[in-house]
Design a protein around this ligand. Structure first.
Ligand SMILES: [Zn+2]
Ligand SMILES: [Zn+2]
Length: 247
């Protein structure tokens, strides 16, 4: 009898502890999570809407329907060939990225990587890619956060597309200033020379998918692509979760 009570008590405590670790409420809308839902409810995930176009015929960046040219291609010549953005950086997506980067919600990165894979799966050019490399964090940032959010997105993407994830081939050699308050020219200067490659022979002639969480000016993706191409990569395709489409 005593043991039965104790087991019951233990179950209640374990349940309370689990609820504490994984609160049964959606982190976005605070509604109660249903069975099988984790961190964010399905209704909120439904807010993440893959972009429908139009896209720049040259680089794939989303453009305004009546736009005169593409903001990415107009700025400068990119060292990557194509960019694929899953969705607009609107409030629900901003919150998801915040959960992923600053609240330790790693499963959000996995789900976003799966969604990105669904978009890329039917694209022959992306199917030809040899390997996937996430935009690296500097080791001090990695230590602080405990994981690289782009690695988590890239890992799920790689599993779905059946392509190897090779994070060790690209390294961030110095910690860059936060980019938030910098203009395009300052961002390019800030990140140029911030990366180095490992084992360049393993990049030689390879088609690479570079994974990032958010693309703003493209300066980081460009700096990474530039060094991958100079190390011998045949082409770099950039896959990102979000970009501010109408900043
Ligand atoms: Zn919700
Ligand atoms: Zn373009």
């Amino acid at each position: 009898m005593f043991w039965a009570h104790l087991t019951g008590l233990f179950k209640i405590l374990a349940g309370a502890l689990l609820d504490f670790i994984y609160p049964p409420y959606c982190c976005l809308c605070r509604s109660r999570l249903q069975q099988g839902e984790k961190v964010v409810c399905e209704d909120c995930w439904g807010e993440v809407k893959p972009l429908g176009g139009p896209f720049c015929p040259n680089c794939g960046y989303p453009v305004e329907p009546d736009a005169d040219g593409c903001p990415m291609c107009q700025q400068r010549g990119w060292s990557f060939q194509r960019v694929e953005i899953l969705t607009d950086f609107e409030p629900a997506v901003q919150q998801l990225i915040h959960l992923l980067k600053y609240k330790g919600k790693r499963s959000v990165g996995t789900r976003l990587g799966v969604m990105l894979a669904q978009v890329l799966r039917g694209r022959p050019r992306w199917q030809k890619a040899d390997l996937i490399i996430p935009v690296p964090l500097h080791k001090s940032r990695l230590r602080e956060r405990g994981y690289n959010q782009s690695f988590l997105i890239g890992k799920a993407l790689g599993e779905k597309l059946r392509k190897p994830l090779r994070p060790e081939l690209l390294v961030r050699k110095r910690s860059t200033r936060s980019q938030t308050k910098l203009n395009v020219a300052e961002r390019i200067e800030n990140v140029s020379g911030a990366f180095r490659v490992n084992h360049p022979e393993q990049l030689d002639g390879k088609r690479i998918i570079l994974v990032d969480d958010i693309i703003t000016t493209g300066a980081t993706a460009d700096a990474c692509s530039r060094i991958l191409v100079s190390a011998g990569a045949k082409e770099v395709l950039v896959a990102a979760v979000a970009a501010p489409i109408n900043p």
